[in-house]
Ligand binder design. Structure first.
Ligand code: NAD
Length: 470
């Protein structure tokens, strides 16, 4: 059975055994190390040592990060199968995830950071500088382990910080492999990758050395992270959950939007913070939209991620599978109709039939909570004001979309939605390295991506001096 190593101070480190399951078979297929508290100390100390030189030379960092991006892009063939085995996603999507991760790093290596000059005249000089923070502790979830790791690694390292990265215990392997690959390019200690069960995350957050916690995961854990970080005023970026609405206006053509709407909800088997989690449809379009989505849910090919034909894999782990099943059971018991799916598939592994729920409304758990799986409730509304009010009636505010051929009308509705990203005729269309990604309300604190994301790994320093030569 394959064994994997952590990366601490550039070297492979093993010890402890954390079993990792393949969700397509529900069987253990590999072990990751379980980091001890002493090894955590070593990783943090290595990052602190490396910081002293890594922070100094931006041009040198850019050159190293370009090489690191090339290493990732050349390693798709190694990382993608691991990602499929531990996470469940189809191989082509795993490959895309690794490529996206590499492109994020290249984007940050190439990013020109503007000089922020406030005053330059005969009275004096004032400018704003951005100083790195030091050691960053990064914690990632199991849905996009590699892409979300690079959302943190790329801006944090470019800004001059060093890092200790801890992936989810469900999906540590591709991230561990990434750590080993990048140790051939990055100076020792710049990126340390450790693995272990959830309490390791709490230990890392509570460690006195890191100056910043960058966390992606559930809102419940995010609250714990924020509380722990407050004790010594560590900076935090929290990218948390969502209950992302899509609003279909009464002039939308159901067939024309159905593919994009379906995949906005079901990509990665719905296990996407920015997936469509509930659809509000104008009453007169409701039957057609439900039918068009159900047709796609019935015909999409579900299977092992390692099989070429599979478009959707299994749910990624047992806990999530049980949660999806429970939410669907609850909705059906409360009068919802499964127009497609509605139950687990009769086969080994955590496969759940892609499910479209009709006749469901706010007040039912699958609408009110983040389902994070292959089930989509479709809800009818009477007028746009009502749709906007219901879409906003959640503690979350991550992404939202509005669907209509009238782009200005749709954009005006989108602007009324409480979410960090809103898009028209596509869902989460604003997810690009050069645009800010941030959660409103309980979906997070801080911003990832673009210059905004990079600035999150810095403290501002105002510098003033008299004008030279006067
Ligand atoms: P989770 O909160 O259970 O775990 C996330 C990470 O936190 C894991 O690495 C876990 O080991 C670690 N962890 C657990 N307890 C901890 C603690 N007390 N202190 C520090 N770390 C701890 O989330 P998950 O189930 O892995 O991921 C699913 C959730 O992530 C969903 O809610 C989803 O919406 C969210 N998510 C958000 C984004 C975003 O960008 N907003 C992206 C992807 C996923």
């Amino acid at each position: 059975m394959a064994e994997f190593a952590m990366t601490i101070d550039g070297s492979p480190v093993t010890g402890g055994r954390l079993p990792v399951l393949n969700p397509a078979t529900a069987e253990v297929f590999a072990h990751a190390p379980a980091c001890t508290p002493e090894q955590l100390d070593q990783a943090v100390a290595a990052a602190a040592r490396a910081y002293e030189s890594w922070r100094r030379d931006d041009e040198e960092r850019r050159a190293v990060l370009r090489r690191a991006a090339a290493t990732i892009l050349a390693s798709v063939g190694e990382l993608a199968p691991l990602l499929t085995a531990e996470q469940g996603k189809p191989r082509s999507e795993a490959a895309t995830e690794v490529r996206v991760a590499g492109s994020w790093l290249r984007y940050y290596a190439d990013l020109e950071i503007p000089r922020e000059l406030v005053q330059e005249d005969r009275r004096g000089h004032a400018e704003v500088r951005r100083r790195p923070l030091g050691v960053v502790a990064a914690i990632t979830p199991w849905n996009y382990p590699i892409a979300l790791a690079l959302w943190k690694i790329a801006p944090a390292l470019r800004a001059g910080n060093t890092m200790v990265l801890k992936p989810s215990p469900y999906t540590p392997l591709a991230t561990l492999a990434l750590g080993r690959l990048l140790s051939e390019v990055l100076p020792p200690g710049v990126l340390n990758v450790i693995s272990g069960p959830d309490p390791l995350g709490a230990l890392l957050v509570g460690h006195p050395t890191p100056r910043k916690i960058s966390f992606t995961g559930s809102a419940a854990t995010g609250r714990l992270v924020a509380a722990a970080a407050a004790a010594d005023l560590k900076r935090v970026t929290l990218e948390l959950g969502g209950n992302d609405p899509a609003i279909v206006l009464d002039d939308a053509d159901p067939e024309a939007i159905a593919d994009a709407l379906f995949w906005g909800a079901f990509a990665n088997n719905g296990q996407m913070c920015m997936a469509v989690k509930r659809v509000y449809v104008a009453q007169r379009r409701y039957p057609e939209v439900v039918a068009a989505l159900a047709e796609r849910a019935r015909t999409v090919r579900v299977g092992e991620g390692s099989e070429k034909a599979s478009q959707l894999g299994p749910v990624s782990n047992r806990a999530q599978f049980d949660r999806v099943a429970e939410l669907v059971r609850d909705a059906l018991a409360r009068g919802a109709v499964a127009v497609a799916g509605g139950a687990a598939l009769e086969r080994p592994g955590y496969f759940f039939a892609p499910t479209i729920l009709a006749g469901v409304s706010d007040g039912v758990r699958v609408v009110d909570e983040e389902q994070f799986g292959p089930v989509l409730p479709v809800i009818a509304y009477r007028d746009v004001d009502e749709a906007v009010r219901r879409a906003n009636g959640t503690e979350y505010g991550l992404t939202a979309s509005v669907w209509s051929p009238d782009l200005e009308r749709a954009a005006a509705v989108a602007a009324r939605l409480e979410a960090g990203q809103v898009s028209v005729n596509v869902h989460a269309g604003a997810v690009r390295p050069d645009l800010p990604f941030s959660g409103h309300k309980a979906s997070g604190i801080g911003v990832e991506n673009g210059l905004w994301g990079l600035y999150g790994y810095t403290d501002v320093q105002a510098l003033t001096r008299p004008a030279i030569g006067r």
